[in-house]
Design a protein around this ligand. Structure first.
Ligand SMILES: *Cc1c(COP(=O)(O)O)cnc(C)c1O
Length: 455
């Protein structure tokens, strides 16, 4: 038998969405109109949109068919029960509470368990997670392993939490002041790097000893579990589904944005084994999201997620997914572009600190690269440096630009184009200058702030 080596997209295309081509002078003007903030561009003016992998994926024919099955009853719809069963099949958690997206689940969770004087401990809080912890009055502490800050370290599980620091924080703060430990799988803000099962198991052991619940930020649980399968000894022969079940069984609950590994365009949930917390959460849900069997979603959305949760643990899909992210990462690396290694699951991260050593931290090198990528190639990436995380200003951690890959959307030729554009920006890097923020809101400033280009 011959085994061919070329890895293909394991799907064919049934509906096409045209991309509008633009020129560099047009994009220069569009950038100016958007105050150099790529979030303020119109999507129609973007050629390859790598701003986020959130809600931007293509649904399958089975998901589109599931939409028609959507039961739009206000209470107790069949769609809810299909959704609940799909979530419970993977997580095993008793209570499944739908929300319109991940941050709504976070808001409800931290409104209940957060508060002044408390601290949530995580490998790395995602930006909305941190904001929701902080808005409750609590502190959000990131305790990721040291190798996470070293973009050249090839350690296989750079999303792991530092167990010594975790133990230290739990001992010094005490269980009254730590409402929960939150493991983000994969670690989005830390480069999309996975957490090992061994690390999750050790976190379970420490948290149990201290009587503190363990929750997962499960947005990319399937990608994380595929990394466990391919990188962690003892898991190669296991199905990703069973690895996910083993991982979730270590925790007491999770929040999830279904816009990532739910393979849906909208949705999320909070799941928990804690009866008291679930009751409080449902009461808050009614206030802000909707009745507990739809939580801000249409019945058809719940069905799309239920089907997405089945498709996302399909190993042919995950193989294609992880290999195509690595393809972008490896080709940039080969061209000499500084990227975070090894490749994460959903995105490739340019290391802006090494990319633009002549632009100081205060002048937002990540923003300079993101703006240049749009101007040169019409590509929209996402700054993950001192604009998104102002606390990085006083840190040594590298500033990043994330090129997130929407699921099942772009083909290899699109990615080859991205490699060429990034390489071109890198070749002309010495001509790039920094930026100054001239207008910003109090929180999550990267979404709406205005920039001015420095001379
Ligand atoms: C996207 C994301 C969230 C928030 O989910 P939304 O659906 O965008 O509200 C939370 N945590 C992580 C790790 C994420 O990637």
């Amino acid at each position: 038998m011959t085994t061919l080596k070329t890895i293909i997209e394991p799907f064919r295309i049934k509906a096409v969405e045209p991309i509008r081509l633009t020129t560099e002078p047009e994009r220069e003007e569009l950038l100016q109109e958007a105050h150099w903030n790529l979030f303020l561009l119109r999507a129609r003016d973007v050629l390859i949109d790598l701003l986020t992998d959130s809600g931007t994926g293509a649904m399958s024919n089975a998901q589109w068919a599931a939409l028609m099955r959507g039961d739009e009853s206000y209470a107790g719809s069949d769609s809810f029960f299909r959704f609940r069963d799909a979530v419970q099949h993977l997580t095993g958690y008793t209570h499944v509470i739908p929300t319109h997206q991940g941050r709504a689940a976070e808001h409800i969770l931290f409104a209940i368990v957060g508060g002044a004087g408390k601290a949530v401990l995580s490998n790395t809080h995602f930006d909305t997670t941190r904001a929701n912890v902080e808005v409750s009055g609590a502190e959000a502490l990131d305790l990721v392993v040291a190798s996470a800050a070293d973009p050249t370290s090839e350690f296989a599980f750079k999303g792991n939490i530092d167990l010594e620091r975790l133990e230290h924080e739990l001992v010094t703060r005490g269980r009254e002041r730590v409402p929960l430990v939150l493991l983000t799988v994969t670690n989005n803000a830390g480069g999309g790097q996975p957490v090992s099962m061994a690390n999750a198991r050790a976190v379970r052991e420490v948290t149990r000893r201290h009587g503190v619940p363990l929750y997962f930020d499960a947005c990319r649980f399937a990608e994380n579990c595929y990394f466990i399968k391919t990188r962690e000894p003892g898991y190669a022969e296991r199905s990703v589904e069973s690895i996910a079940q083993e991982l979730f069984a270590l925790g007491d609950g999770c929040t999830m944005s279904a816009k990532k590994d739910g393979l849906a365009n909208i949705g999320g949930f909070l799941a928990t084994n804690d009866d008291g917390l679930a009751e409080q959460a449902r009461n808050l849900l009614i206030l802000t999201e909707g009745f507990p069997t739809y939580g801000g979603l249409a019945g058809r959305d719940l069905d799309a997620i239920a089907q997405g949760l089945v498709e996302v643990v399909d190993e042919e899909y995950l193989h294609y997914r992880i290999v195509s992210t690595a393809y972008l990462c490896n080709n940039l690396h080969r061209a000499g572009v500084p990227v975070v290694r090894p490749a994460g699951g959903h995105a490739v991260y340019l290391d802006a600190t090494r990319f633009l050593p002549h632009v100081p931290r205060g002048q937002h090198p990540g923003q300079a690269i993101a703006a240049a990528l749009y101007r040169v190639g019409g590509i929209r990436g996402c700054e993950m440096g001192t604009v998104m995380f102002p606390h990085l200003l006083d840190s040594e951690r590298p500033e990043l630009v994330r090129l997130a890959l929407p699921r099942r959307v772009y083909t290899q030729s699109h990615i080859d184009y991205v490699v060429e554009a990034v390489t071109e920006v890198f070749r002309t890097r010495e001509t790039l200058r920094g930026y100054r923020i001239v207008r910003e809101p109090a929180r999550l400033r990267h979404f709406t702030c205005h920039f001015e280009a420095l001379e």
